[in-house]
Ligand binder design. Structure first.
Ligand code: ADP
Ligand code: MG
Length: 608
């Protein structure tokens, strides 16, 4: 089934001119169609890929499907060493979706939430998440009613939601389904985000999917639990029952680590966005450094392999080693891992958990990248093992050798400590691990030769598609920061300064009055102190807003989206956002509460 919708108003990154902007959709039969009910209307929706008439993919799904196929082939080839019944390998995905819920009335009184999905201003409330009392409390009743409602809507659509709970920040929650084939899980996640947002309206609530809606409390992520399932019902990333299946596990496990090591930069790029920049590297979210946490047991097991696999290994050594590793890797690892929540990429017993994905992201892109780098790594692995076998090495010894080589080549990506600490940042730098904190520069990885080769040779994207996507990501970044900057200026000027100036006047009149009545200076010293502070913040905020507008004008003149995005990042966002906000937030604490237009953090986060 094929259709021809208009694709002309899509961002195209230079791929197509408007006059030739025809696009085609084609049914993806691997994802079930569904019916969306709105009021009395029912719409049949069919998951499709979306391509330009020239064949370039314009969507997330087509590349995802290609990556799933590439990974299937590469993984089956490696499985063949161990188990010839395996004919198909499918990546699985179980996402955990974090989100905030706020009252709709308050939401609508905040132009920043309405336009940007996050608060651009707002002083911390005295109490926020210090006591962890929201995390451990029961779900607020009104939110619970909303959850039940959207869960039911999700069940009608076939989304297998399983868990619901409060998250760390006040007003923050999480849900997660039972994992599914990656392609279906991705569709279900986008459908979930839509369903949640629509259902919230019925409860006079709004869902915030933004990665960092509120400063000073936790942001939201979307942990992507990823693994590989065979047609024979085996999870390739679950330690096996026998030494032989454990060697298969070890092969896939080590290949994943190697893949993350070799392609950390593109993995980082796959989760880059203006929103996620507020989260990665901030002190409650996985850092922008892509490291892998595997837990103590496996760390030791890998070290064993490293130390004991050697040149002259004979069959007896091999058997001993296999048995040893088997003892080292207990079948049920679930209780021994997952105690490190600071890692962006953690092994959690029978799957890897990619935690750096942003809460509003479409999982498709990070999953496409993960599948592809795994496919590529497995292909190389097989080549190397085959090479050794050809040279006369016994199969299992050959596999052991390449596993060892991979451990040595990628161990610097393993990190078991606190990923949020400053010490890790320094250590990572010593190890030479990339740490790109901002989107415009993180996206450079998309154009690195090795990464273009990766995608082109695995037939996931053409070079033109990569360049277009890179450009679109930059454009998205520029526009998001531009919108925030405009809104910041507008809110500061039209909603924050006016009440501050009125209060300033009130104080000035009060002082003049007391002075006029012949009172001594001590009678109005405190008023004067407050007035001074207010005046200082008004002047500073207003000056900075003007300077920011000028900086925007200069940035807009820059040709080329990369340089423009960097200018937006450095000379607008970095240079002004925090500073302007600081003065505005101070005013919030000083100005008469009755006068303050914007709902405050305590209202947004605590009114239920
Ligand atoms: P957590 O401790 O991180 O909350 P859970 O056990 O609740 O972990 O699992 C989180 C997600 O991982 C769920 O969506 C679950 O279905 C998914 N998951 C479990 N096993 C797999 C697997 N083999 N492949 C992909 N996802 C999985
Ligand atoms: Mg988890």
């Amino acid at each position: 089934m094929q259709q021809e919708p208009d694709a002309s108003s899509f961002p195209n990154g230079g791929l197509r001119a408007t006059f030739e902007a025809r696009g085609y959709t084609a049914w993806d039969p691997s994802s079930p169609p569904f019916i969306i009910e709105m009021n009395r209307g029912r719409t049949l929706c069919i998951p499709t890929i979306f391509i330009a008439y020239t064949g370039e993919s314009l969507d997330y799904k087509a590349p995802l499907l290609k990556s799933i196929e590439a990974l299937d082939k590469a993984a089956v080839d490696v499985c063949y060493y161990f188990d010839r019944n395996i004919e198909k390998v499918t990546p699985t995905l179980g996402w955990e979706q974090e989100y905030f819920v706020v009252d709709e009335g308050l939401y609508l009184a905040r132009p920043d939430l309405l336009m940007c999905g996050r608060t651009l201003f707002g002083h911390n409330s005295a109490k926020n998440q210090q006591l962890d009392d929201h995390y451990f409390a029961a779900i607020p009743e009104r939110v619970y009613a909303f959850m039940r409602d959207f869960e039911n809507e999700c069940y009608k659509l076939g989304i297998p939601l399983r868990t619901r709970h409060n998250e760390v920040a006040p007003g923050q929650f999480e849900c997660a389904p039972i994992y599914e084939e990656a392609n279906i899980a991705v569709d279900h996640n986008t459908l979930l985000m839509d369903t949640m947002s629509r259902t919230a309206l019925k409860h006079n609530l709004r869902v915030l999917l933004h990665e960092k809606p509120f400063a000073g409390v936790n942001g939201s992520g979307k942990h992507n639990n990823w693994s590989l399932a065979t047609n024979t019902g085996i999870n390739l990333l679950a330690p096996g029952r026998t030494p032989k299946t454990n060697l298969m596990f070890l092969a896939f496990f080590v290949n994943t680590i190697k893949a993350v090591h070799d392609y950390a930069d593109i993995l980082r790029a796959s989760i880059a966005s203006a929103q996620n920049d507020h989260r990665l590297g901030a002190n409650e979210a996985p850092p922008a450094i892509m490291s892998v946490f595997i837990g103590e047991y496996l760390f030791k097991a890998l070290n064993d392999v490293k130390e004991r696999v050697n040149e002259g290994m004979d069959e007896q050594d091999e058997t001993m080693l296999k048995l040893d590793i088997h003892k080292r890797i207990p079948e049920v690892l679930l209780d021994n891992t997952d105690r490190n929540r600071t890692s962006p990429f953690a092994f959690t017993g029978n799957k890897f958990e990619f935690r750096a994905v942003g809460s509003s992201a479409n999982c498709a892109y990070p999953m496409t990248v993960l599948n592809t780098i795994m496919a590529e790594t497995l292909n190389k692995f097989k080549e190397e093992v085959d090479d050794l076998i050809e040279k006369g090495e016994k199969k299992e010894i050959a596999i052991m050798h390449v596993i060892r080589e991979y451990i040595v080549a990628s161990e610097r990506v393993l990190f078991e400590g606190d990923g949020y600490s400053k010490a890790w940042e320094e250590e990572a730098e010593k190890r030479g691990l990339p740490n790109q904190k901002t989107t415009p520069r993180a996206l450079d990885a998309m154009l690195a030769d090795k990464n273009i080769d990766l995608f082109v040779s695995n037939k996931i994207y053409t070079k033109a598609e990569i360049e277009a996507r890179h450009d679109i990501e930059l454009e998205k970044y520029i526009k998001k920061v531009q919108i925030e900057s405009r809104l910041m200026a507008e809110i500061a000027t039209s909603m924050i300064l006016p009440p501050a100036i009125r209060y300033q006047n009130l104080l000035a009149k009060n002082i003049a009055g007391l002075k006029g009545a012949g009172l001594s200076e001590s009678a109005y010293a405190n008023q004067k102190q407050i007035l001074d502070k207010i005046s200082e913040h008004i002047n500073n905020a207003s000056d900075l807003v003007e300077q920011m507008i000028d900086a925007r004008k200069s940035a807009n003149k820059i040709e080329g989206n990369r340089e423009k995005a960097i200018a937006y990042e450095e000379t607008i966002k970095e240079a002004f956002f925090e500073k302007i906000r600081r003065h505005a937030d101070k005013l919030e604490l000083l100005v008469d509460d009755r006068e303050w237009y914007l709902p405050k953090y305590r209202e947004l986060l605590f009114l239920r």
